[in-house]
Design a protein around this ligand. Structure first.
Ligand SMILES: N[C@@H](CCC(=O)N[C@@H](CS)C(=O)NCC(=O)O)C(=O)O
Length: 204
């Protein structure tokens, strides 16, 4: 049985939960209380020295980095629908997985953390910088969705689960993009039961 070290407000965790649910893979969640410093506890640092969630544990194997976990699960369980073997399609999936981490994610964190989770410590200039960054990168996603229903073709893949977890995260700060291709795509992803099952309750 897989154990996913998890926090419900972590978009990086939610993308993994979406795949577990979509592929009907048994798993258990282990809550890491980020608010109380659970990620800095020595026992957790032994599991993930980056002091971050998610971490996937399967016996002696411990994997950090959410997209690496998605790829591992697909390869381990032969989920070729979610991670097609066609090399051109695979390249598109890898492109969007990397784009999500390197281009989109920093701005999502800047905006959402400081708007929703930082309370009085919210940094207005970080929100402004994040918003400017989003204005720069989100048109890339809008254009990327012009050709097909999903990021790497006519069916959803792990690239969609990964990027959509960040788009949902932006909605917590009411900063989710409102351009037509992204809206229509996000509606399609939101209709997936597996995606719905990954979502957190509204923040208190
Ligand atoms: N690149 C990592 C990012 C994970 C990440 O940023 N996790 C956040 C929660 S969403 C976290 O655990 N932050 C605590 C910390 O960095 O100390 C991944 O994709 O798994």
């Amino acid at each position: 049985m897989y154990t996913l070290y998890h926090h419900p407000y972590s978009q990086h965790c939610r993308r993994v939960v979406s795949l577990f649910e979509a592929a009907d893979i048994p798993y258990q969640l282990h809550h890491v209380d980020l608010g109380k410093g659970g990620h800095m506890a020595p026992q957790y640092l032994d599991i993930n020295p980056n002091h971050q969630v998610p971490t996937l544990v399967e016996g002696d194997l411990k994997i950090h980095e959410s997209n690496a976990i998605l790829r591992y699960l697909c390869l381990r369980h032969g989920l070729t629908d979610w991670y097609p073997e066609n090399i051109a399609q695979r390249a598109m999936i890898e492109q969007w997985l990397d784009w999500n981490q390197s281009r989109l994610s920093p701005h999502v964190i800047g905006v959402v953390f400081n708007t929703v989770f930082a309370g009085d410590r919210g940094d207005a200039s970080a929100i402004q910088r994040g918003q400017k960054g989003l204005d720069d990168v989100l048109p890339v996603l809008e254009t990327g969705l012009a050709k097909d229903l999903y990021l790497a073709g006519p069916e959803p893949t792990i690239a969609d689960l990964s990027v959509a977890s960040n788009i949902f995260h932006l909605s917590l700060a009411k900063a989710d993009p409102q351009t037509p291709n992204i809206l229509a795509w996000f509606e399609r992803i939101s209709a997936l039961e597996a995606f719905q099952k990954s979502l957190p309750p509204p923040p208190a």
